[in-house]
Design a protein around this ligand. Sequence first.
Ligand SMILES: [Zn+2]
Length: 500
Amino acid sequence: MSARIRLRLSVLALASLLSTAALAETVTLRFVQTNDIDRMQEEKGRGGFARLAAVIGAERAEGPTFFVHSGDTLSPSLLSGIDKGAHIIDILNQMGVDAMTPGNHEFDFGKDNFHDRIAEAKFPVLTSNMREADGSQPPGTLDERIVDVDGIKIAFYGLTTEDTPIVSSPGDMVFKSSIETAKAKAKALREAGADLVVAVVHTPLPVDIALVRAHAADLVFSGHDEHLMTFYDGKTVLTESGSQADDIVVTRVTVDKEVKDGKTRVTWRPAFDIVDSATVTPDPKIAAVVKAYQDKLDAALKVDIGTTTTPLDSRRATVRGEEAAIGDLFADAMRAAVGADVAITNGGGIRADREYPAGTVLTRADIFAELPFGNKTVKLSVTGEQLRAALVNGFSQADQGAGRFPQVSGLTVDVDLAKPPRERVLAVKVGDKPLDLSATYTLATNDFMANGGDGYAVLREAGQLIGPIDAQLMASQVIDYITAKKTIAPTVEGRIRPAP
Ligand SMILES: [Zn+2]
């Protein structure tokens, strides 16, 4: 072949390549997902916003990137108990969120606080199934968001779990069917020319799966269950990014857009990367912001919350061996916070092991020292039989100083601690009525006990009205309870009555 012909062939090949390139283009879109992140700082070298920001930054350096947040972030944390989640919005503002949907925990401090926080957000907050009582879009939120990247139209919508009114405090906000909303949104967005429909949702797994089966989006980024998962059935992507940004799911979608005979055809395929946040270097800018908030928290913990006019005693032998005034106080705060008939919390969870003379001014730090485990208050539905069995367990090792010893609210128990372990509960009253073994009661307790801890296996059989992932911190509830009362005077009043 002569040189001239060879050259001519090459030019032809190049021209054909160029004409194809003019008609088709490939774009890689990156989605970095987080969900269920209420803890701003890392723990044991993993999680937190600074490490998450580093992963987002690395993707942004590579090409078009969306940081999506699938909700549950304003609560529960120590600092949120004080600033109602304001620091989280500030951190997210500095990170730059591309799409967030509210989760149930965004309502833990009520509807007005939700509106205040959303008003502070400088990023798109999407919800398509949650509405104000009058049916309007919540102020500051969007029903949808359409973004154009290199001619590819990406449409976002959002869903918030329908059980929010049961597990949090959204007031008169209305939560419409997730599935029906999603199907209608996907149809409308596709008809409007969306090439890729992205659902950022805070919904339980069965709803996520229903969204996938209905192909109510191309990509579903979910939260709420705190699962770590990537899923693709050839048609729909579903991911969830664990919790606290311990692991971060990155979905890279390669999109081919081809224009043929005036018609646009989009094909795409996903690739997943689960980044263990322990392997990245925290973003220094966000790390500094988090550090400043931690310093603020340390100062805030020194704040006075109220005065006890009676002495309190959290010594180990007291909280694990008899009714303690401080145990009554904590159980009362838990019961009030979730509106339960009765409360039981294990004496072993009360930890500071000290005495407070009458007149002591309590600080937030005192309460966190007493309740250091980050336990949350769950609300269970129990039968009288189960409640009795829980109390039987509670007193079964009282002679050994075991942590299961119950501190209670809303009930009185006659006990004989000299009897064999399972025969010590003599009589139980709820309020002023004898316990009805076949009746149903609501019980406030901590998530450790609800999961069967300290021998409370019977509580695992109870119905969960507010489960662990929806619950709020016990310590924050106790602080709020004392702060509201300003002066407290708990006494040992005969809730647990030992046989003479
Ligand atoms: Zn949730």
